[in-house]
Design a protein. Structure first.
Length: 272
């Protein structure tokens, strides 16, 4: 990596994601409860989401005070440097609340609106995924030891593809997503639902999934994972011709992406 700014941003993202992951892993109280709700009574925020975001924003303010920040739990500042951090302090809150291991910290940096650095920390796997624009995707810890470059899987036929998805917390949206999944299941090897968009995108990058799609993601859900997946050779997007966004996010190995995206379009798996 020859760009000193990218090196600096990556080092900061790795550091702060690791700190937040350790806080969440080691500081989870036995009596953890819901601190607030968002889109519905089952879309929850815990005190640990809030604590992790405060840790991240405080760290970034100390080291990069002129940068902007955009976070899930309300952190928002414009900044003046052209760099904006997009953070999800705890992706997979319901899993975390129930003691399930599939949750992550997601930290991304954008320069003038373009994602340039992404880090996803998965503490219960002991794994850290990271990417820099144009520099490939990598992982370390857990199954990856001291580190490995990531590549998505060679594409199988769509009917042999393992694909993950997620479901919204708003009842009518979730019902529509279930209808789409019902049609998809017999056309795929199988469907998984892990509960963390950031981890699903990294699993596409790592070859643990052939593809992933979801309706209703927010920028903080996908900012780091989308970059990691693309730098591992996956294709990402939304509806045909559009980037991944809240209407639809699709990520898959080339050869799986195209038929999966077309099928999701046919089924109306998106929203405006």
């Amino acid at each position: 990596m020859t760009d000193p700014l990218l090196s600096e941003l990556l080092d900061l993202a790795l550091d702060v994601a690791g700190r937040a992951g350790a806080l969440l892993r080691d500081g989870r109280p036995a009596d953890l409860g819901v601190a607030a709700t968002k889109s519905s009574p089952v879309d929850v925020v815990t005190e640990m989401d809030i604590a992790a975001e405060k840790l991240i924003t405080g760290f970034l303010a100390e080291h990069r005070p002129n940068d902007g920040v955009f976070g899930e739990e309300g952190a928002s500042s414009e900044g003046s440097s052209g760099i904006r951090w997009v953070i999800d302090p705890l992706d997979g809150t319901v899993n975390y609340l129930y003691g399930l291991p599939t949750w992550a910290v997601s930290v991304a940096a954008e320069r003038d609106g373009e994602r340039i650095v992404g880090v996803v920390e998965v503490p219960m796997r002991g794994e850290t995924y990271h990417a820099v624009l144009g520099g490939g995707a990598h992982a370390k810890g857990g199954a990856y030891g001291e580190g490995a470059r990531l590549r998505c899987r060679p594409a199988p036929p769509l009917d042999q593809a393992l694909v993950s998805t997620g479901f919204n917390y708003v009842a009518d949206v979730r019902a529509h997503q279930a209808d789409v999944a019902r049609v998809l299941i017999p056309r795929l090897r199988d469907i998984r639902r892990g509960g963390s968009a950031a981890i699903d995108l990294c699993d596409v990058a790592a070859g643990r999934l052939d593809g992933y799609y979801e309706r209703g993601l927010h920028p903080w859900d996908l900012a780091a994972g989308d970059l990691i997946a693309r730098e591992a050779g996956a294709l990402t997007g939304g509806r045909p011709g559009l980037s991944a966004d809240g209407g639809l996010t699709v990520a898959a190995a080339p050869g799986v992406f195209e038929p999966l995206q077309a099928l999701l379009e046919e089924l109306g798996a998106w929203h405006d």
